[in-house]
Design a protein around this ligand. Structure first.
Ligand code: GDP
Ligand code: GDP
Length: 457
């Protein structure tokens, strides 16, 4: 399972500042995608070698302070309960507060590993005021400055060290492929049989959009090959199923549980479990409720899927229950609120009647194929040269970036590494132009793309 780290602390200690620093996207192209939801409180730790989900608990409901008894918001508790590690943030400038003591007491009760970080310590590392935080009984206070970045890499190292180790056997294929792009390419070049990536599907969406209804319609009790909970050590549930002679693995989002013969929605919807499922999958179906429009939570889940690089298909469920006006309104909402998933196919479906499911699954298969498409260097290079011939990258002062050749740096998502000179001057709009050209030439509908630049000289 993808480990979870939550950031906890009273308001204003710097949780969201730290969150932003830890999750800042390393892919300029992702950062530049218009409309990508920024005000979200879940993200991937970008500096780590392996995926880690970070949760800013301050992003939930405001912490209710009833005076004597500090009540942590329910969602904050849920986030902590689902975390593998808590980073407890306090503020050196204001010093230790009674609220800090209450939070510390609550955190200790959870039995979770806790790292105590004293923020706003720029210019004050080793300051005597740090000593008072010993009173929290959480070990040596560790000073950082989220705003300036001081000691944040050290904090990151501590976080990674404190997380449960991830036996590599536990890695989903997508991540293996990501970390071993060269090995995979070499094997293919050496004439080895191309590696077949099983289709690992996550159905994500808010409570009540119809996830269990869809899963039941897709999986159908008789088509479940074997339902067991593999590797009792991990609590993800994977359900292999077959449809039209093709094998799939459904990654349970934990918004679902199998009860007897059918899947049921469990009362407690968990965003975190949804994000973990997205990490473990290679294709995500984002289910929207046509009767409700597009919500913030839909946009958050979509943003996360894009940042995780997953192939994506959008499906508006309950199409049977909306009239022409409602349908038109939904299409407008999707264009306005989810402009960054323009690469994904859209389907209107009814999980209840089964309408549209065949088309949906065709797009799922196509998106998976696109995510793992092999893009040979000569073809990629030709595509780049043709794109440049059609439209040159703009001059930046006296220099014009020069694109020379390209190779594929990974799959799911496809990473296209472009070599040349002055490539740091290529504007985001031009990268998007290239991306569009590549999509068209290589039929990459359904998967995000990453374009990276390597300048020599
Ligand atoms: P949150 O409520 O815990 O999420 O706190 P924020 O991240 O919103 O930060 C609250 C305030 O503290 C903001 O004005 C930040 O700019 C400031 N802040 C955050 N980190 C630091 C830091 O390392 N040093 C200083 N001096 N200020 C910081
Ligand atoms: P989940 O919480 O996302 O798993 O949602 P459920 O599958 O439990 O569905 C929530 C509600 O929406 C239930 O009452 C379903 O019967 C209903 N529902 C699911 N799919 C459809 C559909 O295609 N059309 C209509 N009209 N209702 C649906």
């Amino acid at each position: 399972m993808t480990p979870i780290v939550s950031l906890v602390g009273r308001p204003n200690v710097g949780k969201s500042t730290l969150f932003n620093r830890l999750t800042r996207s390393r892919d300029a192209i992702v950062a530049d995608m218009p409309g990508l939801t920024r005000d979200r409180h879940y993200g991937m730790l970008r500096m780590a070698q392996r995926p880690v989900i970070v949760v800013d608990t301050g992003g939930f409901e405001p912490v209710v302070d009833t005076g004597i008894v500090h009540q942590m918001a329910r969602q904050t508790r849920q986030a902590i309960a689902e975390s593998d590690l808590v980073v407890f943030l306090v503020d050196l400038r204001t010093g230790l507060s009674p609220q800090d003591l209450h939070i510390a007491a609550e955190l200790r009760k959870t039995g979770k590993p806790i790292l105590l970080a004293v923020n706003k310590a720029e210019g004050r590392h080793g300051h005597p005021a740090l000593a008072e935080f010993h009173e929290l009984g959480l070990g040596e206070p560790f000073s950082i400055s989220a705003a300036h970045g001081d000691s944040v890499p050290d904090l990151l190292e501590r976080i990674l060290k404190a997380l449960p180790t991830d036996p590599s056997a536990d890695l989903p294929e997508s991540q293996e492929a990501k970390s071993l792009p060269d090995a995979a390419t070499d094997a293919a070049a050496a004439g080895a049989a191309p590696r077949v990536h099983s289709l690992r599907l996550a159905i994500a969406g808010r409570p009540n959009v119809g996830k269990s209804t869809l899963v039941n319609a897709l999986v159908g009790e008789e088509r479940v090959i074997a339902f067991d909970m593999p590797g009792t050590t991990r609590d993800a549930i994977e359900v292999p199923f077959e449809r039209d002679g093709r094998k799939f693995t459904l990654i349970d989002t934990a918004g679902l549980r199998r009860k007897g013969k059918v899947f049921e929605a469990v009362e407690k919807f968990s965003v975190i479990k949804t994000l973990q499922a997205i990490e473990q999958a290679n294709v995500v179906v984002l289910l929207l409720d046509a009767t409700e429009g597009v919500s913030d939570q839909d946009a958050h889940i979509a943003s996360f899927a894009v940042e995780a690089g997953r192939a994506l298909v959008l499906a508006a469920n309950k199409w049977d229950a909306v009239d022409a006006y409602g349908r038109e309104r939904l299409m407008v909402a999707i264009r306005q609120r989810l402009p960054f998933v323009g690469f994904a196919k859209f389907h209107s479906i009814s999980a209840r009647t089964g309408a549209g499911l065949n088309g949906l699954m065709k797009s799922v298969i196509a998106a998976h194929a696109a995510a793992y498409r092999k893009l040979p260097t000569p073809k990629l290079t030709r595509a780049i040269i043709e794109a440049v011939a059609q439209q040159q990258p703009p001059r930046s002062g006296p220099v014009r970036p020069k694109l020379r050749y390209a190779h594929q740096g990974g799959t799911n998502p496809p990473i296209i590494v472009i070599h040349g000179s002055a490539l740091d001057r290529v504007p985001a709009t031009y990268t998007r132009y290239l991306e569009g050209q590549l999509r068209e030439k290589f039929d990459l509908t359904g998967t995000p793309l990453r374009v990276e630049y390597r300048s020599s000289a």
